[in-house]
Design a protein around this ligand. Sequence first.
Ligand code: PEP
Ligand code: MN
Length: 337
Amino acid sequence: MIALLKSDASASQIDQLVAWFAGQGYHATCTQAGKKTFVVLDEAAAKLDLGLVESQPLVERAVRLSEAYLLVNRKLHPADSQIAVGTAAVGAGAFACIAGPCAVESKAQLHSIATAVKAAGTAILRGGAFKPRTSPYDFQGLAAPGLALLEEAGRDSGLPVASEIMAVRELPLFEHIDLIQVGARNMQNYELLKELGQLDKPILLKRGPANTLDEFLLSAEYIAAGGNSQIILCERGIRGFEPSTRYTLDFSSIPLLKEKSHLPVLVDPSHAMGQARLVPTMALAAVAAGADGLMIEVHNQPEAALCDGMQAILPETFAALMKKITQLRQVLAADNC
Ligand code: PEP
Ligand code: MN
């Protein structure tokens, strides 16, 4: 059992509460997570009456919890969270697409794609400047100049921008990036997550390809525990045994994550499928399954892309997909659906 304390609880009041639990025969420890203070009770306290715990003046809410994550847990925060990303909003009814190239390649490339995805209705422009490539001999991204190009494209198009960070030392370069992406490979880079927890800026956390949902949520908890609750989750496929697709898109994670957590859940069908022709179908399926938004790789010349060209859809395909998404969301929102 866990008790969330009122925000004005003083240290001596907390000591008194811990002593009260001890008097009842239960061991209680105080945990600080983000801006919140919790009292965690030992297993034996499972028998304790929730009402009795909640009747203590310091206790805001008491819940029985089997999960290790607190701040991102829906049991302690029943309402959906909405995360603001510049002018965009994600979650709690707000649906948002993040679209753009895998990697920032040039001013002309980014300008062309940004203009097209903006016209098609994307909410956020993406572009990687630090690329996590499997081979060290592949294009690694334009680094700082790439981020500068993305910022410029964001200003020109009026779109907030998202880009992936790979190391703590890159953080100063992300000052003007609206949404910092933690890629699948870094989902368990706890030192990076702790640093991002210190920021007042939204973080897009992608699921690791071999991670369970509880591991994913504990990574989100690392960010929240530092005080930054602006977190968006992104399912991007997990490692399966089927070689026809790059990864296996785990649709079951969408309702499950939304059940376990109040954070918005996006889906990235581009990295999951690895093939452009499969992306629109999977994007629509993700919307039908309840995703709060999508991340989609779009390129004006996929065959010439420096990274992930195979999975990039053309701007016109993206525009057609966005129309279908709007129609599908209208059907899903209809009373008789
Ligand atoms: C990306 O979004 O460019 C990316 C590398 O994705 P992931 O971390 O999901 O592989
Ligand atoms: Mn990519």
